[in-house]
Design a protein around this ligand. Structure first.
Ligand SMILES: O=C(CO)[C@H](O)[C@H](O)COP(=O)(O)O
Length: 232
């Protein structure tokens, strides 16, 4: 099974958790897009759902495929969010933001009664940090914010290059008008401490550590699809 097929299988299993009438948060990225394609088929067959997209990119795909959309202002409480992830640890703490949508993804997940993550098994790790941690920052005072991030990380014994995410020779700009710094800290043993430290920096808008938001992860590999719940 190729990588795309694994994403489709995880998305197909996630669809079994979607009931008629649900208000759904809809994630961003290649795996979430497979979910949108399968959801659109169900909608075409008569399923009634309303989706709140986590990015302009997802909103465009939903619109093209006929998935009815709302905004979080119109629909502030959601039943379920389905989204991808860049890394998933045994506690279901996530690294997200590889697609640059982490702020809206976190707001939508926090507004949802449940969050299910869909991924291929390569996203499972024992300790987060192999994937650089995306940190969404205000463009104002970028250098000062970088220094503050380095200092906060050093206090936690973390070190590693910070890279401003670029696209076509320009800084990548998120849907919220912010920049992304990808922080290659390596292993992050204390995700709560890093989360708190980053939140204390004024120029940091949000970061890609998702703590206590995911209820389950649906993970696909060559042997099939399994549902992972947080280790006690
Ligand atoms: O966090 C995300 C976007 O901000 C994505 O969910 C994450 O990057 C996973 O993407 P993919 O399914 O393409 O591997």
């Amino acid at each position: 099974m190729d990588a795309r097929q694994l994403k489709i299988e995880a998305a197909r299993e996630a669809l079994t958790h979607v009931a008629d009438g649900m208000k759904l948060g809809i994630g961003t990225g290649s795996t979430a897009e497979e979910f949108v394609r399968l959801l659109a088929v169900k909608v075409g067959e008569g399923m009634t759902v309303i989706g709140v997209p986590t990015s302009e990119r997802t909103a465009r795909l939903c619109s093209e495929l006929g998935v009815p959309l709302s905004t979080l202002d119109e629909t502030p409480r959601l039943d379920l969010t389905i989204d991808g992830a860049d890394e998933i640890d045994p506690a279901l703490t996530l690294v997200k933001g590889g697609g640059g949508a982490l702020l809206r993804e976190k707001i939508v997940a926090a507004a949802s009664a449940r969050m299910i993550v869909i991924a291929d098994a390569s996203k499972l790790v024992d300790t987060l940090g192999r994937f650089p941690l995306p940190i969404e920052v205000n463009p104002f005072g970028l250098r000062a914010t970088e220094i503050a991030i380095n200092e906060a990380a050093a206090r936690l014994g973390l070190d590693g290059p910070l890279t401003l995410r670029m696209t076509n020779g320009e800084p990548f700009v998120t849907d919220g008008g912010h920049f992304i710094i990808d922080a290659s800290f390596g292993r992050i043993p204390d995700t709560r401490a890093l989360s708190d430290a980053l939140h204390a920096i004024p120029g940091v808008v949000e970061h890609g550590l998702f703590l206590e938001l995911a209820d389950a992860a649906i993970v696909a590999d060559a042997d099939g699809v399994r549902t992972v719940r947080a280790a006690a």
